[in-house]
Design a protein around this ligand. Structure first.
Ligand SMILES: Nc1ncnc2c1ncn2[C@@H]1O[C@H](COP(=O)(O)OP(=O)(O)OP(=O)(O)O)[C@@H](O)[C@H]1O
Ligand SMILES: [Mg+2]
Length: 246
């Protein structure tokens, strides 16, 4: 594998109940960059993330993450990555700090920094409160803290901006940029906020019906396709068929 790549997939394919959900998917994520993954509901973003983390096995094809095979080396991949996939689950009756401590124990991580992670996501002041008292946005912040508390090399974040207020979105954008520029992180994230992906990403992969149809820089989207929204609507056919009734 090319040493400058953090993630690469080759003809990655996943079949569920006889249906090809991921179809010969090829993506390449350069180290120390932010890669935005875009696609409409059901396109296959979460499934690709689960395949990368070894939470699902491919039907055929291959995924390599930090030089490791997603199937054979999935435990090592989980140690070296931080992830947020779908709705995060916490121990509700204990504090944010205790949740992060348990996570570090579970990961057998020795170099974690709970205080730093809480500070990075703006939860220091309420870190002693039970998680059951947290709002959706506070939970999302805690999920991001959990993804990075063990100081991984790669973050795989499925819709990390979900539930965050405008200030939270800006703070997380700045945090992600900081981690890539100064802490040598690589970040692969999905979002439905096109403008956010455009602002934050060095490179963007578009997935349509389980196939990545283009990997492109935000600059090239502007040059070739005018706006990211125009391009997204064009390649996804503007949404679900027969949806509009007005
Ligand atoms: N375990 C499963 N069994 C059967 N089908 C599945 C399974 N997991 C996902 N799918 C199907 O795979 C397709 C892709 O789902 P996925 O969750 O990856 O989409 P997504 O791009 O993350 O969508 P969203 O933007 O809504 O989160 C969907 O049609 C979904 O129904
Ligand atoms: Mg999803």
């Amino acid at each position: 594998m090319n040493n400058s790549l953090a993630v690469t997939t080759t003809q990655l394919t996943k079949v569920f109940s006889g249906k090809e959900i991921i179809r010969g998917c090829n993506i390449s994520v350069q180290k120390e960059t932010i890669y935005g993954f875009l696609g409409k509901n059901g396109a296959g973003k979460t499934t690709v993330f689960k395949l990368l983390l070894g939470l699902l096995s491919p039907t055929s094809g291959k995924a390599t993450v930090l030089g490791l095979d997603s199937v054979k080396d999935n435990i090592d991949i989980l140690r070296k990555t931080g992830s947020l996939i779908e709705t995060p689950i916490f121990y509700e009756h204990i504090s944010a700090r205790e949740n992060l401590k348990l996570h570090l124990n579970y990961m057998k991580a020795t170099n974690g920094n709970i205080e730093e992670a809480l500070k990075m996501v703006g939860l220091s002041d309420i870190s002693e409160q039970p998680v059951s008292t947290f709002s959706i946005g506070m939970r999302q912040r805690l999920a991001i803290a959990r993804a990075l508390v063990h100081k991984p090399e790669l973050l795989i974040l499925d819709e990390p901006m979900n539930g965050l207020d405008p200030m939270g979105i800006k703070e997380m954008r700045e945090l992600f940029s900081y981690l890539v520029k100064h802490e040598k992180y690589t970040i692969l994230l999905s979002s439905h906020i096109l403008s956010e992906i455009e602002k934050i990403s060095d490179s963007i992969g578009f997935i349509v019906d389980g196939k990545v149809v283009e990997e492109i820089t935000p600059e090239d989207i502007k040059i070739k396709h005018h706006t990211i929204e125009d391009y997204f609507m064009k390649i996804t056919n503007g949404g679900f068929k027969n949806e509009k009734t007005y």
